[in-house]
Ligand binder design. Structure first.
Ligand code: PEP
Length: 256
């Protein structure tokens, strides 16, 4: 059984009061979550506990950090460790978002370390992968994404890969209003699953939730999520508006 997931990525947006307002609207508005579906909010570090308090009464909403350090602890000013996230009961963390890869030069091996540190704290990574436009234009996206997966995830054990979460986010579709077609998403998601199956076998590959990210909104979510290997979405801009995000959640397929 793999989960169908609507995950929000609030990025570096909202003030504390706006974040609490949005969380409160979701806490009361998210009522249609079926068994096997899950809602995750990727919240900026300073608001994690504030938002946690706001959504505490809604058992379907889980919180995620948007990043964690690639060091366990110590003299790393400004960093936030997986251990710290665990200590405030955060169950998920986004790792390897393309904005972190591009603007903060995060490497495959740093991401592998972050994945390990998160798992060691019982925090499930939401591991992002996806190609830039020039790679798509040369039709080499499959090899590109395969390398991202192999270099940062293939050291994991079969047990660690079971029920893992991957988000495929073509960089050319993030925040641009351009969405991959549902067929393009399905093609890449099937490829990712096949790459996982080649290392971990079919049963494990089938247990992994593969989310699509890149300009998902209420108007296109049903079509994108309808594809068999698309297990929901990682949503940036549209997750900042409660009604939009609730509609996206209601577009999820039942858990399979
Ligand atoms: C994202 O950054 O994860 C994302 C998919 O953003 P948007 O939905 O705004 O394209």
């Amino acid at each position: 059984m793999r989960k169908q997931i609507a995950a929000a990525n609030w990025k570096m947006n909202l003030t504390a009061s706006q974040a609490q307002e949005l969380a409160a609207a979701l806490a009361t508005g998210v009522t249609q979550v079926q068994p096997g579906q899950q809602v995750i909010l990727g919240v900026p570090f300073p608001y994690l506990v504030l938002v946690q308090n706001k959504v505490a009464g809604n058992k379907n909403i889980f919180l995620s950090a948007q990043n964690c350090a690639d060091k366990k602890n110590g003299a790393y000013t400004g960093e936030t460790s997986a251990e710290m996230l665990h200590s405030i009961s955060i169950p998920y963390v986004i790792i390897g978002h393309s904005e972190r890869r591009e603007y903060y030069h995060e490497t495959h091996s740093q991401l592998a370390t972050k994945v390990d540190l998160a798992l060691a704290q019982d925090i499930q990574p939401i591991f992002c992968c996806g190609e830039p436009l020039h790679v798509r234009e040369t039709n080499t996206q499959n090899v590109f994404v395969e390398k991202q997966l192999k270099e940062s995830l293939f050291h994991l054990s079969d047990a660690q890969m079971k029920n893992f979460i991957i988000a495929y986010e073509p960089i050319w579709a993030i925040g641009t209003g351009k969405t991959a077609s549902s067929d393009q998403a399905q093609e890449m998601h099937a490829h990712i699953r096949q790459v996982l199956a080649s290392k971990y076998g079919n049963e494990t590959a089938e247990s992994v939730s593969i989310l699509y990210g890149g300009s998902v909104k209420a108007a296109n979510a049903t079509e994108i999520f309808s594809k068999p290997d698309v297990d929901g979405g990682l949503v940036g801009g549209a997750s900042l508006v409660a009604t939009e995000f609730i509609s996206i959640i209601e577009s999820l397929k039942p858990g399979s």
